[in-house]
Design a protein around this ligand. Structure first.
Ligand SMILES: Cc1cc2nc3c(=O)[nH]c(=O)nc-3n(C[C@H](O)[C@H](O)[C@H](O)COP(=O)(O)OP(=O)(O)OC[C@H]3O[C@@H](n4cnc5c(N)ncnc54)[C@H](O)[C@@H]3O)c2cc1C
Length: 441
C-alpha cells in the first residue's frame, strides 16, 4: 500500500462539457487545473483513483535543481521560486523547506563525476559548491563515516509528497476546478481529426482541449487515439521510518542509499541506485527509442519478467461494457523491493547509527513514467488539435510539478509561456530527433 495521502473532497457529478478536461490527478494534473481555474477557464479533472495515489505521493520529496538536465533547468528554477511561495499559492504548509541537497562522494572518481555539473550550476548562478571537511561534517551530524566530499546546493529543498498535490487540488477546487474522483477516462474522443472530449466510466464530457497528465498510463491513452508516445514504466521503492531524534536534516544521495528528513521527524529512505522495468509489450514497441538511454544506464535498471499479457501494462483488450484497465487498476501499487530497501537502510545506519532500533513504518513502490531522453513532454500534439501532453517526468516531476502545471496552462490558454517550451515538444519523439539523455531516471 502507498503512504497515507491527505484527502481531497470529490467534486460534484460529472458535467456534460467543459473547456478543458485533465486526465490524471497527480501533481502535474492538479497544478494545471489550479492555473487554468485561476484564469477563469472551466476545467474538469478526472482521476481514476484518488488524488496523488500514484507517483505524486510515493516519491522522495526532493525539490532539486542540482544535477538536472540543462533542458529542464529554466523550468525547475521557476519551480523552486514557486515552492518558496507555495503557502501563499495553496493556503497551507506542504512541508517545503530549503534544507539543501547533497550528492555524497565516496572517492576521487565521484568528485570528478559530480564536479562536471558545476559548470551548468554556474550558468544558472546556482549556489552549488563542492564541499568537504568541516563544512560537510556540519551538514551530517552524527555521521560515523568521512565522505571524501559532496556536491551541495543549499537552496534546493524538500516538500511532503503526501500533502503537496492534495493541497494544490483543494486550491484548484476553491478557484473553480471540478475534480472527479474514481472517474476513469476510458478514451479520448475525436471528431474530424481533432479532440472533442473524453469518455469516462460515467459517460461523455465534451471539451475542445484534453490534457493528458496520466503518469505511467499516458502512453496507453495516447496509443488508443493513434498518438505514439514512447514511455516505459520503471518501478522504484521507498521506505519511511518513525521519527528520529538527531540525524541530518535535508536530503542526500550516495551509492547504496538516499535519504530525506520528513516533516514528521522520520526519514524517507531508498536505494537510489537501481530501479526495475517489468518487461511488457511496450518494452518491444519502444525498444529502439530507449536504446541510447539503456546503453548509458543499464547498470541502474534491472529487468523483471512475468505477467507480460495481463498486469497494468499488458495487452488488456477493450471489451464492450466491461471495466477497462483504468478501472481494474484504480491505483498502481507495485510490490516494493524489500531486500534492496533493507540493504539501503543498513548502509545508512552504518553512517548514521542514530537510526539503530528506529522502527520502519512502511515500504512502498511506484511506477515512474520514463521517456527516452528522461525529459518530459509538455506540449500540444500538432497532428491532433486539442490534445495537450504533460507527462513523462522520468522520476523528476515532483519538484518541477507546480511550474510544469503553470507552463501547461500557459500553452492551453496561449499565454506567454513561463519558459521557452521547445525542449519539451512532443514531436522530438516522432521526427527522427536523436535522443540525448544527459541524466538518468
Ligand atoms: C519512488 C519515486 C521517487 C521519486 N522521487 C522524486 C523526487 O524526489 N523528486 C521529484 O521531483 N520527483 C520524484 N519522483 C517522480 C515524481 O513523483 C513524478 O515525476 C511526478 O509525481 C509525476 O506526476 P504526474 O502527475 O505526472 O503523475 P502521477 O503522480 O503518476 O499521476 C498520474 C495520475 O493519473 C491518473 N490516471 C492515469 N490514467 C488515467 C485515466 N485513464 N483516467 C483517470 N485517471 C488516470 C493516475 O491514477 C494517477 O493518479 C519519484 C517517483 C517515484 C516513483
Amino acid at each position: 500500500m502507498g503512504p497515507p495521502v491527505d484527502p481531497v473532497p470529490a467534486g460534484d457529478s460529472q458535467p456534460k462539457s467543459a473547456d478543458v478536461v485533465i486526465v490524471g490527478g497527480g501533481i502535474i494534473g492538479v497544478s494545471t487545473a489550479l492555473f487554468l481555474a485561476k484564469r477563469g477557464v472551466s476545467v474538469v479533472l478526472c482521476e481514476k483513483g484518488h488524488i496523488a495515489g500514484e507517483q505524486s505521493s510515493r516519491n522522495w520529496g526532493w525539490c532539486r535543481r542540482m544535477g538536472r538536465d540543462p533542458r529542464e533547468l529554466p523550468l525547475i528554477v521557476e519551480a523552486l521560486k514557486m515552492w518558496g511561495d507555495i503557502e501563499q499559492l495553496v493556503g497551507e504548509d506542504v512541508g517545503f523547506r530549503r534544507t539543501g541537497i547533497l550528492y555524497l562522494c565516496q572517492d576521487e572518481s565521484d568528485v570528478e563525476h559530480h564536479s562536471e555539473w558545476l559548470k551548468t550550476a554556474g550558468d544558472y548562478a546556482l549556489d552549488t559548491r563542492m564541499i568537504e571537511g568541516r563544512a560537510l561534517a556540519d551538514l551530517m551530524p552524527g555521521a560515523q563515516k568521512n565522505f571524501r566530499a559532496a556536491l551541495h546546493t543549499p537552496s534546493d529543498g524538500r516538500a511532503e509528497p503526501q500533502k503537496a498535490a492534495p493541497a494544490i487540488a483543494r486550491a484548484a477546487q476553491r478557484a473553480g476546478a471540478q475534480i472527479l474522483l474514481r472517474c476513469a477516462v476510458r478514451e479520448i474522443e475525436t471528431e474530424g481529426g481533432r479532440v472533442s472530449g473524453v469518455v469516462t466510466e460515467n459517460g461523455l464530457i465534451r471539451a475542445g482541449t484534453v490534457v493528458v497528465a496520466g503518469g505511467a498510463w499516458s502512453s496507453r491513452l495516447c496509443r488508443d487515439v493513434g498518438v505514439r508516445l514512447p514511455q516505459l514504466a520503471v518501478r522504484s521503492s521507498v521506505m519511511r521510518t518513525a521519527p528520529v531524534e538527531g540525524g541530518p536534516d535535508g536530503a542526500a544521495w550516495t551509492e547504496g542509499f538516499a535519504y530525506r528528513k520528513r516533516l514528521d521527524g522520520g526519514y524517507t529512505i531508498a536505494d537510489g541506485t537501481i530501479s526495475y522495468h517489468h518487461v511488457n509489450p511496450d518494452s518491444f514497441r519502444y525498444f529502439a527509442d530507449f536504446l541510447p538511454i539503456l546503453s548509458r544506464e543499464w547498470r541502474s535498471v534491472g529487468l523483471r519478467f512475468g505477467d507480460f499479457v495481463g498486469g497494468p501494462f499488458g495487452l488488456s483488450p477493450k471489451l464492450d461494457g466491461a471495466a477497462t484497465v483504468y478501472e481494474t487498476h484504480r491505483t498502481l501499487d507495485p510490490e516494493p523491493a524489500e531486500g534492496r530497501l533493507e540493504q539501503a537502510r543498513a548502509s545508512m545506519e552504518k553512517v548514521f547509527p542514530v537510526l539503530k532500533g528506529v522502527p520502519t513504518v512502511q515500504r512502498w513502490a511506484g511506477f515512474i513514467d520514463a521517456t527516452p531522453d528522461a525529459v518530459p513532454v509538455i506540449a500540444p500534439v500538432k497532428s491532433m488539435p486539442g490534445l495537450m501532453l504533460a507527462t513523462g517526468f522520468s522520476g523528476h516531476g515532483f519538484g518541477i510539478g507546480p511550474a510544469a502545471g503553470r507552463l501547461t496552462a500557459d500553452l492551453v490558454t496561449n499565454d506567454t509561456p513561463l519558459v521557452d517550451p521547445r525542449a519539451f515538444r512532443y514531436e522530438r519523439f516522432i521526427d527522427g530527433t536523436k535522443h540525448r539523455p544527459t541524466t538518468g531516471v
